[in-house]
Design a protein around this ligand. Sequence first.
Ligand code: 6R9
Length: 658
Amino acid sequence: MADAARLGAIDTVMHEDRLFPPSAEFSAKARIPSLADYEALWNEVAADPVAFWEKVGREELHWFEPFTETLRWDEPQSQPQVAEWFVGGKTNASYNCLDKHIAEGNGDRIALLWEGEPGDTRRISYVQLHKHVCKFANALKSLGIQKGDRVSIYMPMVPELVIAMLGCARIGAVHSVIFGGFSAEAIADRNNDAGAVAIITADAAWRRGKVLPLKQTVDEALKKSPTVKHCIVLDRVNEAVHWTPGRDYWWRELTRNASDDCPAEPMDSEAPLFILYTSGSTGKPKGILHTTAGYTLWSKKTFEWVFDHREGDVYWCTADCGWITGHSYVTYGPLAAGATCVLYEGAPDYPDKDRFWEIIDKYNVTLFYTAPTAIRAFIKWGDDYVDKHDLSSLRVLGSVGEGINPEAWMWYHRKIGGERCPIVDTWWQTETGGIMMSPLPGAIATKPGSCTKPLPGVIPKIIDEVGDECGPDQGGMLTIAHPWPGMLRGIWNDPERYQEVYWSKVPGKYLAGDNARCDKDGYYWIMGRIDDVLNVSGHRLSTIEIESALVSHPAVAEAAAVGRPHELKGEAVAVFVTLKNAPPSDELRDELKKHVRKEIGALAQPDDIRFTNTLPKTRSGKIMRRLLRDIAAGKEAVGDTSTLEDYSVLASLRQDEE
Ligand code: 6R9
């Protein structure tokens, strides 16, 4: 076990020494072709971030009016601490994603390659997308929706979802996308907190061949959403819907005669672009606020750096737009970069468990971005589904949302990447607006389970409980030392909470809420949420290391580790495990305990192992450990459950209790 004698540091029990450098062939063509180039760029930005972003901001965004001040940041103690970027400038996110490419002669390039769940398809060029967005923006205007108004969006993954986001951005309305499938309560809470004046939805959505009645849920939500005056409904499924005249409008009727000319509104750099609600562990969800210029630039630049995007690439991010990943890496980043993007409406296992591989094969996807939860499901489903398809078009593979367990990483590398594609394990958050740490695929050798190094402009510092910086391999709180253009600008309606959550514990630095360690090679390893740390006999253990040890056993598909109160040890290690094919048994339970002991040591050996069919997850696929912590302690699961993907999981977990 590594020496973690420093007070308050987190013990490291995992050892991972495998190293995968990019191939010479990949590096030769890459935007950032070597470690030395990465280091030079990182150092340049760290030495003078303002000079760097001033140059990049001017060059890479379109400006109706140039900015006069690159960064306004009242260090160290303005209350609340909010950075302003590109002050005095006027730009528009929708212009940067559409008009700019048309002006540069790239309008005929395909923007969206859409695949509906039932198999219907659409190809939409940048010129066509621009027309759709303009028409929709004019439709919004015809309802009296104006700059600064908030608009909720509750839709399936159809092109109109992207059109709705860009349509709002075009006129300066602030969108708040809500996962299709959230409950009426969750929608009403978000409508009310944002003070939304309108909501955009569809009659229904396809989900595994079944119809999910979105409009009906919205009708329910609108009974408790007094600020919402208009409801725009796309007919996706041809479901019968209730209609409230004067409030409800069909998308197609509203846009049919709308003009396709709608000049983008020049927006202040710091004008709100969107609010996105993320769950807090306690209390109500936080409305994370992002603004126009900095966010657009950060999502574009990080997309280009991390995916090494170039003309001719076909990029597919499987995230839903209800998640920040769908904002930054389905909509704004790739479209601002002029990429050709696959958009898929449905589930990965419909009609069969090879749907993703079929899509990659069909569209010759070169850049693929998905989440560990999906990768673990693919492993569980078996290699035969993968083997049926030609995946040789792939060039870069991405992962986001949780730490990727090293064994899942190895499978992704071998089975999907053909041992040829760099894996970019991207660490970031709703709050950071875009990727913060990730390998640059042509420059940085990867280690399974590590998000490797910070992107240019990101200065991470790991801080222990007493406020000192941790040394190599000592786990502590991950903070970011200097503002970056894509950072959040606040929590909607709640400046006190913003100050308290992100800026109070470590003054002057952004507190990410995750623990991490940096190894002797300068590689970062995310250790899970600060709130999830286990404290066993005075040793602080990270969830991910115990979980990765379990996942490295051939019988285990997924694992979640939590602490439960224990008289002698402070906390005991309780784990919840889903199995690949093996039946649960007491022998397997003993074997898994021994396996963890052998892999990472006696201290981390689970006290309880509970087999279950599913783990509670958010819609973006994150394991909700805080609910499991309550269950392990024999309590009712309390706190915010509005983001839970499947409510029946909690009931079934309670039934599983011994
Ligand atoms: C983009 C996104 C943020 C939290 C973050 C961390 C976890 C995300 C990760 C990762 C380890 C990665 N997380 N990516 N942990 N390795 N590559 O997921 O945003 O939904 O706000 O979640 O997700 O705990 O703090 P968001």
